[in-house]
Design a protein around this ligand. Structure first.
Ligand SMILES: Cc1cc2nc3c(=O)[nH]c(=O)nc-3n(C[C@H](O)[C@H](O)[C@H](O)COP(=O)(O)O)c2cc1C
Length: 477
């Protein structure tokens, strides 16, 4: 009996303490809100006013998990994310009962199926393409779906290793992005396209200029198959990369050739490329130094801006081996919303325009076109191939395969999935071996579905699809 009474007394004491502490806390918050002058809501509605901000934060999760329809969310909707996951798990890819794709909405992609689709037995292996056949070390590949550049720095080492190893398993290539060639790329072992960003990370001298000796030494590595000079990126044309000091670890600093623990800000344009003539000179010198295919990556602002560039290539008879055409709706680790939302052409405008220019100038077979910009599903990839691209690169598709949940925290070093963080506690959740298989499965299984579309249109491989068999709703067909 005594035991029961003592327990009840203890519980009552505990209850009073908890309630008392909570009340004291609320009184403190009340007076802090009342006395401060910065926030009018808190001053006018002490304590209660905090609910607005809590609900605003929580709203992101509620919308994502409960309220948004499958095809509604941005930048990627649930359908797209679930699709990548099912491909990465090698399951699904088949839906029942009917489509919830907005079949009639303007811009929706539609392929013209043939009365006589390609028979399974007539399906060809995907045609190979050779980049830089006029260089000493060209690169020949069958791969048309590859991993787009995400710098080591914006991404964790484990994520980079998994992407590179995944690309290797799938026979694809992996672009370094602007952060240099790290030990994690080396561990992953995939064919690597080295991106020379505006800050020349990984190949810079003490002034930040391109160090051609370092470039030549790097080009000796057989893992690096091509070089890509970045002029601009869809998410932030006219703005360089931003890596906050918190993410600049010792290995990142060593890989990039910059001081540790300081913000890593790339210039908004290459210092040595202020016009088309200087671009030509740079392509020529990088090609002579590396002896490997050299391409350029950009997002155009308008179609006619392409003319001057193509004219300069023709005048000097110097051509990039490839152009990576990025779309305005591309992703990034960090960029001002003003640029992300409002600057640059989207791929549905720029890709057909670029292909038309290359046809007019007779350069279609000289300058191969790769493309990136929210192309994560088979229809989007098949559209780009039909328009004339030889390859599609995806950054965020493989990131979803790594486990990205679109938490939108790439710039904060707090990514809960260990992909865009250097906090060891979070990065340990990402097992590079396991995730490399998911990346490979995503690339391979998605290509299978691109193949289904190709065969329905009567083409015998993904690279044989043609422009006259794809259209967007609202366009003349
Ligand atoms: C986290 C992150 C980092 C990126 N880093 C780079 C980079 O260093 N260099 C670059 O050219 N593009 C970079 N990108 C852009 C992608 O390579 C790609 O061009 C763009 O996101 C469009 O492809 P996607 O829609 O498949 O992501 C980055 C994208 C993301 C999401």
């Amino acid at each position: 009996m005594e035991f029961v009474i003592n327990t009840l007394l203890l519980m009552a004491a505990l209850f009073i303490t908890v309630i008392g502490t909570a009340m004291a806390f609320l009184v403190l918050v009340y007076w802090r809100d009342r006395l401060q002058t910065k926030n009018a809501i808190h001053r006018n509605y002490p304590v209660l006013g905090h609910m607005r901000y809590i609900l605003k934060e929580m709203g992101v999760f509620f919308r994502s998990y409960f309220f948004s329809a499958d095809r509604e969310e941005l930048p990627f909707n649930r359908f797209q994310r679930d699709f990548v996951n099912s491909m990465a798990d090698s399951r699904g890819g088949v839906i029942a009962f009917g489509s919830n794709y907005p079949l009639h909405s303007a811009g929706s992609i539609r392929f013209a199926n043939s009365f006589y689709p390609t028979l399974e037995e007539d399906v060809l292996h995907v045609k190979k393409v050779t980049f830089g056949p006029d260089t000493a070390k060209p690169y020949t590949t069958q791969s048309y779906f590859n991993v787009s550049g995400t710098s080591y720095g914006s991404m964790s080492g484990s994520a980079i290793q998994a992407l590179s190893a995944g690309a290797k398993l799938a026979g694809a290539w992996h672009n370094t992005g602007e952060g240099g060639f790290s030990p994690y790329h080396k561990k992953g072992g995939g064919d690597t396209v080295f991106q020379i960003g505006t800050a020349n990370y990984g190949v810079r001298d003490e002034h930040g200029d391109l160090d051609y000796d370092k470039l030549a030494a790097l080009a000796e590595d057989p893992q690096i198959v091509m070089f890509e000079i970045k002029l601009s990126q869809g998410a932030k044309p006219g703005k360089g990369g931003i890596l906050p000091a918190a993410k600049v670890t010792q290995t990142i600093a060593e890989t990039r050739g910059i001081p540790q623990g300081e913000d890593s800000i790339s210039p908004n344009r290459r210092k040595d490329v202020g016009n088309a003539e200087e671009l030509v000179a740079l392509i020529k010198r990088v090609r002579e130094t590396t002896q490997k295919p050299v391409g350029i990556k950009f997002v155009p602002g308008r179609t006619k801006d392409l003319d001057g560039m193509l004219e300069a290539f023709q005048a000097h008879k110097v051509f990039p081996s490839f152009i990576t055409l990025d779309g305005a709706d591309g992703g990034t680790g960090a960029a001002p919303a003003a640029l992300m939302d409002h600057v640059g052409m989207t791929l549905d405008e720029s890709l057909p325009a670029l292909m038309a220019k290359l046809d007019e100038t007779g350069l279609r077979d000289t300058i191969l076109v790769c493309t990136s910009g929210k192309l994560v599903t088979p229809a989007e990839i098949a559209w780009a191939l039909s328009e004339g691209a030889v390859a599609v690169n995806s950054a965020r598709g493989p990131m979803f395969a790594l486990g990205c949940i679109q938490a939108l925290q790439c710039d904060k070093n707090t990514c809960p999935t260990g992909i865009t963080t250097h906090q060891k506690r979070l990065e340990r959740g990402l097992d590079p071996e396991v995730k490399s298989h998911r990346v490979a499965n995503y690339l391979t299984n998605t290509k299978k579905q691109v193949g289904y579309i190709a065969h329905a249109t009567g083409a015998n491989c993904a690279r044989s699809m043609r422009r006259d068999r794809v259209f967007r709703i609202g366009e003349d067909s």
